[in-house]
Design a protein around this ligand. Structure first.
Ligand code: CAA
Ligand code: NAI
Length: 708
């Protein structure tokens, strides 16, 4: 293997290049290499300054996260990057770090230990560790407040959001932006500062503030974290570590940071979040669609149906700079769609997410039409008309004649049979499902549905495009509800059973939100519309097994005209601002109906609510894996974390089940099976893995190796 750190010279300036593709993560080899490079610089009297730079597409994306997995599973000792950073800071000559792309986590901590920091104007810097359930562990909580001030350090370390080079310059994190060639500019800068005393960040205390100001900053930050990052200890731990920086000398601060870092790293939460990080990247790996699969250029998109989904999907493409044409069957529908888009953009401007100028640019990319003529040039067409198979088939037949050969024809259907839709065309290899989630311009998840004859090029193209438009695409096979909604239906049903057995709607929702779900299942039903769920139940009745238990309370609420948020009353009642409150009428009615139906009434505990709802997800997920609808357990976790408000800190439903232990999960599922009958039939895969003492993650590895 090539040495990931090399030293070269430009006359009197040493150039230390970190070259560890793809993102220059700091592995033990990189760490050793940096240490040796500094020794070399110290030993060479002709060197007057050094530049530290990254090769490839980015500076440094942080510590190598794989190493954390090895450490917490006992396969590697805990490494310590701190001494290497002290070595840089104590270097005989000034070290200038030159940043392009991202300087994240350990990458930014490395930069903080250098004497000067220069960057390309489009670079970004950040401390994203909290997203992995940890805190900066290489002095970041001690050096960043010394460079950027306490408030900025708190903001960066708690939110984990990177900031632009321009913001970093203003904050004092960077010393200079370099237009043009970065290395050339950094070398010139290094020559300017050569021979001058090099500032050591660890000795800069001017920005550490005073006790009274800091106390207010920390109190406000803790309050914000408790509200906005519910259930996450890492952001609070980061504040603790920064607080130490303001009270103890640097060396003591680093010791304390290391102690807090270890506490976070070895927690279940951090393991779950690291799983989420890697699972989100693994979804792109499809065994029979290798990286080299040709992709088609997508420079223009057309959408059929300017309703809720079509108009929001149009925004997604406009936001990515891709021109999009929106078609509907009449002008009034098109006008409604455009008004919807304008309203959404106006809210974004109000909230400071976009400027009016950038919204105007985006709006210019959205054209509307009532005819198919302009579809002839589209590289991708997405159908988003009513969920009706006959209508969708008609439209695909029309698209087949209107679109150029090779164009990808996608359907946004959430339940219908993609193969039946594809069969109306002469090019089923170009037909794919692009199941966006609502609101499509906000939700990150995109379920890509592979029909029997969907071609590899269409899959590879949509996978790549998803990344460009800021979505996480997960490939699933065709089948009712695909993966996400197929799992969600039993979950929602179980919530209703619990109400019928004696829990109140708010007890069910509270138990699950306290556990970490973004919304309770009954509040979700209100959001989606009780009428929508009602229709799905009617359509799915044929799939019920003889004697299988059926829910009834939600259907009765719907039949009496309670449709959910859309008419201000469903499981809850809603005010004009769509704020929910408990409706005593619902509480009384559901009790009355349940007693009339002969369901024995009892007090249901929060633990039972969580186990029953979450294990329905897990059991169906196991069946989905067995059926080959999803490739890996991690794919289901990615779907749930990004599309259904499942708490990332629990890793997704399948990871959670592995963490609980499949033996224990299976015992509980069997207990529910005895109590509630066929709906709880344990999935054979769950039983098999539990018996063998294995995990869904093991199954994931085998599936990935076996091909699809
Ligand atoms: N460690 C190990 N592998 C990493 C990595 C890291 N820090 N960052 C990215 N990778 C890997 C990815 O797993 C992926 O691998 P595959 O190609 O095998 O799937 C590859 O690098 C490319 O990553 P992306 O697909 O994410 O590429 P991108 O261009 O879309 O995004 C990025 C690049 C913005 C840097 C993104 O990868 C990212 O956010 N990385 C993680 C940043 C992070 O969390 N850093 C903190 C680490 S913890 C730390 O540093 C602790 C400390 O205090 C010492
Ligand atoms: P919608 O009812 O809001 O919009 C459908 C649009 O299609 C309307 O504007 C209608 O005028 C138009 N339309 C109907 N026939 C047409 C034709 N022949 N030619 C052109 N336009 C026509 O529906 P929504 O909610 O946007 O759903 C669209 C699709 O997305 C459905 O398949 C649905 O299952 C799916 N979906 C919906 C989600 C949601 O939360 N609303 C989530 C994920 C998928």
């Amino acid at each position: 293997m090539n040495d990931p750190v090399r030293v070269s010279k430009d006359k009197d300036v040493a150039i230390i290049t970190i070259d560890n593709p793809p993102v220059n993560a700091i592995s033990p080899a990189v760490q050793d290499g940096i240490g040796r490079a500094i020794e070399q610089v110290n030993a060479d009297a002709s060197v007057k300054a050094a530049v530290l730079i990254g090769a490839g597409r980015t500076f440094i994306a942080g510590a190598d996260i794989n190493e954390f997995v090895k450490m917490t599973s006992g396969k590697a000792p805990r490494t310590n990057f701190l001494p290497t950073l002290l070595q840089i800071e104590d270097c005989r000559v000034p070290v200038v770090v030159a940043i392009h792309g991202n300087a994240l986590g350990g990458g930014l901590e490395l930069a903080q230990a250098c004497h000067y920091r220069v960057a390309k104007p489009d670079a970004r810097v950040g401390q994203p560790e909290v997203n992995l359930g940890i805190i900066p562990g290489a002095g970041g909580t001690q050096r960043l407040p010394r460079l950027a001030g306490v408030a900025k350090a708190v903001e960066m370390c708690t939110t984990g959001k990177p900031i632009s080079a321009i913001d970093a310059l203003q904050a004092g994190i960077l010393d200079k932006l370099i237009e043009g060639d970065l290395l050339e500019g950094a070398v010139a800068f290094a020559r300017e500062v050569a021979g001058q005393p090099a500032p050591k960040t660890r000795e800069r205390n001017a920005k550490l503030g005073n006790a009274a100001e800091n106390a207010a900053t920390f109190a406000a930050a803790r309050e914000t974290v408790r509200k906005k990052q519910r259930g996450l200890p890492a952001p609070l731990a980061a504040i603790d570590a920064i607080e130490v920086a303001t009270k103890l000398p640097f060396e003591k601060g680093c010791e304390e940071e290391a102690r807090i870092f270890d506490q976070c790293l070895y927690s279940e939460q951090s393991k779950a979040l690291i799983h989420v990080f890697f699972a989100e990247r693994e979804v792109a790996k499809i065994p029979d669609v290798p990286k080299e699969t040709p992709v088609l250029p997508v420079n223009s998109v057309a959408i059929v149906g300017a309703g809720t989904m079509g108009s929001a999907i149009a925004m997604v493409f406009a936001n990515a700079g891709i021109p999009v044409t929106l078609k509907d069957s009449d002008q009034a529908a098109l006008d409604r769609g455009l008004a919807n888009i304008q309203k959404n953009y106006a809210i974004s401007v109000q909230r400071g997410r976009f400027t009016q100028e950038s919204v105007n640019e985006r709006l210019k990319l959205i054209a509307t039409t009532l005819r198919y003529e302009s579809f002839a040039d589209a590289d991708l067409v997405i159908e988003a008309v009513f969920e009706n198979i006959a209508l969708k088939k008609e439209i695909f037949a029309e698209l087949n004649s209107a679109c150029k050969p090779g164009a990808i024809l996608a359907s946004n259907t959430s339940t219908l049979d993609l193969d039946e839709i594809a069969a109306t065309t002469t090019r089923p290899e170009s037909v794919i499902g692009t199941h966006f989630f609502s609101p499509a311009n906000v939700m990150r998840l995109l379920e890509l549905v592979r029909g029997k004859r969907t071609g590899k090029e269409a899959i590879a193209t949509c996978m790549q495009l998803a990344k460009k438009i800021g979505k996480v695409a997960v490939l699933v096979r065709n089948g009712w509800g695909f993966a996400g909604n197929r799992m969600f239906m039993p979950y929602l049903t179980e919530a209703q059973f619990l109400v019928e057995e004696g829990a109140s709607p708010e007890e069910v929702d509270k138990a699950l939100t306290a556990w970490g779900m973004a919304m309770g299942p009954l509040a979700v039903s209100d959001l989606g519309g009780l009428d929508v769920a009602y229709r799905v139940r009617q359509e799915r009745r044929h799939a019920l097994k003889p004697g299988e238990r059926e829910t009834f309370v939600e259907s009765k609420l719907c039949e009496m005209g309670r449709l959910g948020q859309k008419n201000g009353m469903g499981w809850y009642k809603y005010d004009e601002d769509r704020r929910a409150s408990v409706d005593p009428e619902v509480t009384a009615l559901v009790r009355k109906w349940s007693i009339e139906a002969g369901v024995p009434q009892r007090k249901v505990s929060a633990d039972e609510i969580v186990d029953r709802c979450v294990y329905r997800l897990v059991n169906e997920g196991a069946q989905i894996l067995d059926d080959g609808v999803a490739l890996r357990a991690g794919d289901l976790d990615t779907i749930y974390v990004n599309g259904y408000g499942f708490p990332a800190f629990r890793g997704g439903p399948m990871w959670y089940a592995d963490a609980v232990g499949l033996k224990k999960v299976s015992e509980r599922v069997n207990e529910f099976h005895r109590q509630h009958g066929a709906i709880w039939r344990p999935a054979p895969l769950l039983e098999e893995l539990a018996k063998l003492g294995r995990t869904f993650a093991d199954f994931q590895r085998e599936a990935a190796h076996a091909g699809s």
